[in-house]
Write a protein that binds this ligand. Structure first.
Ligand SMILES: *[C@@H]1O[C@H](CO)[C@@H](O)[C@H](O)[C@H]1NC(C)=O
Ligand SMILES: *[C@@H]1O[C@H](CO)[C@@H](O)[C@H](O)[C@H]1NC(C)=O
Ligand SMILES: *[C@@H]1O[C@H](CO)[C@@H](O)[C@H](O)[C@H]1NC(C)=O
Ligand SMILES: *[C@@H]1O[C@H](CO)[C@@H](O)[C@H](O)[C@H]1NC(C)=O
Length: 522
């Protein structure tokens, strides 16, 4: 229902947009301008409130520097900004009128459009330094990049503000397409500001770059990493939409989830731990299913198998993410590797029960147990879940606080602007290390929105239209915080470990007590 409502609405917005551009005669010009100014004001004030909350919030590690200059710039900028909006109106819609022979020429590929400062990036940006750390000393040679080719799905080249791709093999579903789409949008957001580079991208799940051979590890981009590998983590395709299972672009999902969270208050939610997913991708998930409620046991877990075939026949209306925030606790468990479901689970306002993960994506590393989620043991999941839910139902205030902190992090620090800024900084830090002149391979294909979207149809086309960057950003990228110093890094990991240990001790006591009680009762 919600889904349908939002779809209708966005359709309407889309048509309004295109009529705006196509046939706005002079007489409609004034109301149009007013509308633009209104929109801009709304944007600026929401920016302001985000900044002020981010700024007063206690940070996880270290301190953010002041962003006060951005806040004070609030009043004077709206006029300038609406004029820059006007300038890019022609680019505001996808022009597929030249269908089949799209040329990538209409959008600016250089120029400075930013008038506002971007403030300081969230803490998780610090891991960018770590991810390119393996090449800090000796740099990245062409030979290293070529060595990464054997598992890559494509080579991506940025040259003078344009994006080119050389394809090696097809990925699962449309992962590669939406990943490339995302990078194209980044260049539209910051025309001419992404440095020239060549990179190899692997769209499969598992990280593969192991350890330090003498020649140095080949740099390979993918969606997740673990502590034993050097793969460089990059935002996954779902931020621009996952067409195969009808998950809309992140920006829209975030809004839906914010609304969804207001519909059922935490206290009114089912007081159990919920999970729905595909158990067949990993043993640990099948192990989790043993904790489901039955006639003989209740570990406080309510677990369901996601039947994708059935869902697809029903138009995925049961898998709507915003309507899955119905329980006080939601379980996150890895699949084959990290799971895309993570950000949707964390965004629910529910307490995320995180089964001990092995993998990390680009944002998860700055989250802390007990502050943003509740850690669950991998061995002995059922007991761990039972205790977590019991604890939360007996400490409602504290439990809600954990749920809120996670969804606040997701809404504020993982909004689409920051996803782009993360890509921006990661790519530029990577490019700084290249010791060779990037070149466009012969026969490479230039990527641009027309070439990519005009030949597509259905959900793929719809999601591309929705997630398209319509104009260069008027705000500069946030500024990249420095690497964690060795001491704060140690403290950070020690705190993480201590919180997990503390929960494990509570849990052990809880079970010792209950078996004692059992014995005394018998
Ligand atoms: C779309 O592109 C065609 C040529 O490719 C051009 O003639 C037309 O004016 C464009 N339409 C808009 C609305 O920009
Ligand atoms: C878990 O239990 C519930 C309630 O009995 C049931 O509806 C559901 O299908 C079960 N899940 C699995 C994976 O068996
Ligand atoms: C899902 O959508 C299908 C067709 O659009 C409809 O027949 C079905 O009743 C819907 N199911 C739910 C649970 O809304
Ligand atoms: C275990 O039992 C002792 C004594 O009955 C009590 O003081 C303690 O709080 C209990 N611990 C837990 C975790 O329930």
């Amino acid at each position: 229902m919600m889904q349908r409502f939002i779809t209708e609405r966005s359709k309407k917005q889309l048509t309004t947009d295109s009529t705006l551009v196509k046939k706005a005669p002079v007489s409609t010009y004034t109301p149009l301008l007013l509308l633009l100014i209104l929109l801009t004001t709304a944007f600026v004030s929401s920016l302001w409130s985000t900044l002020s909350t981010t700024n007063t919030k206690p940070t996880i590690i270290g301190k953010k520097t002041s962003v006060a200059n951005v806040v004070s710039a609030k009043d004077s900028k709206s006029e300038e900004k609406s004029s820059s909006r006007k300038r890019f109106q022609l680019e505001a819609t996808l022009n597929c009128s030249n269908n089949g022979k799209q040329r990538c020429t209409s959008y600016p590929t250089s120029g400075v459009f930013e008038r506002e400062e971007g403030g300081v990036c969230p803490e998780y940006f610090r891991w960018i330094h770590e991810d390119v750390g393996a090449w800090k000393e000796r740099g990245i040679s062409r030979e290293m990049v070529e060595r990464a080719k054997k598992s890559a799905h494509f080579r991506l080249v940025v040259k003078r503000g344009r994006v080119y791709v050389e394809r090696y093999k097809k990925s699962i579903q449309t992962r590669e397409v939406f990943t490339m789409w995302g990078i194209v949008q980044l260049l539209r957001k910051y025309p001419g500001k992404v440095a020239d580079l060549e990179l190899m991208f692997d769209c499969d799940d598992l990280p593969v770059i192991r350890g330090s051979s003498l020649a140095g590890p080949p740099p390979l981009f993918r969606y997740c990493g673990d502590r034993w590998t050097d793969d460089i983590v990059f935002p996954d395709w779902s931020f621009w939409g996952w067409a195969e299972i009808n998950i809309r672009p992140w920006e829209h999902v975030l809004k839906e989830m914010e609304k969804g969270n207001r519909r059922i208050k935490w206290n009114d939610r089912e007081p159990y731990a919920y999970w729905k997913g595909n158990p067949f991708v990993a043993e640990t998930r099948q192990d989790l299913l043993k904790c489901n409620v039955s006639t003989t046991q209740d570990w406080n877990a309510r677990l369901y198998v996601q039947d994708w075939i059935q869902e697809s026949q029903q138009g995925f209306n049961n898998s709507n993410l915003a309507s899955q925030c119905t329980h006080r606790y939601k379980i996150y468990i890895e699949g084959y590797a990290w799971s895309v479901s993570e950000k949707y689970i964390l965004a629910c306002d529910s307490v995320t029960l995180m089964v001990k993960p092995r993998f990390y994506d680009f944002f998860i590393r700055s989250l802390q147990p007990m502050q943003h989620y509740w850690p669950i043991r991998d061995k002995g999941k059922c007991k761990s879940i039972k205790h977590a839910v019991d604890w939360g139902n007996n400490h409602k205030e504290e439990a809600q606080k954990i749920g809120k902190a996670a969804s606040k992090f997701i809404q504020e620090e993982l909004k689409m602007d920051y996803v782009y800024d993360y890509m921006f900084h990661l790519l530029n830090e990577y490019a700084k290390l290249l010791k060779f002149e990037p070149r466009v391979p012969e026969g490479a294909e230039e990527l641009c929105v027309e070439a990519m979207a005009c030949t597509r149809s259905g959900l793929e086309r719809k999601f591309m239209t929705e997630s398209m960057v319509r104009e260069p950003s008027t705000k500069a990228p946030c500024s990249l915080p420095p690497p964690l110093e060795p001491t704060s890094r140690r403290v950070f990991y020690a705190n993480k470990l201590n919180s997990i240990r503390r929960v494990e001790r509570w849990e052990d006591n809880y079970w010792k007590n209950s078996t004692q009680q059992l014995h005394t009762r018998i």
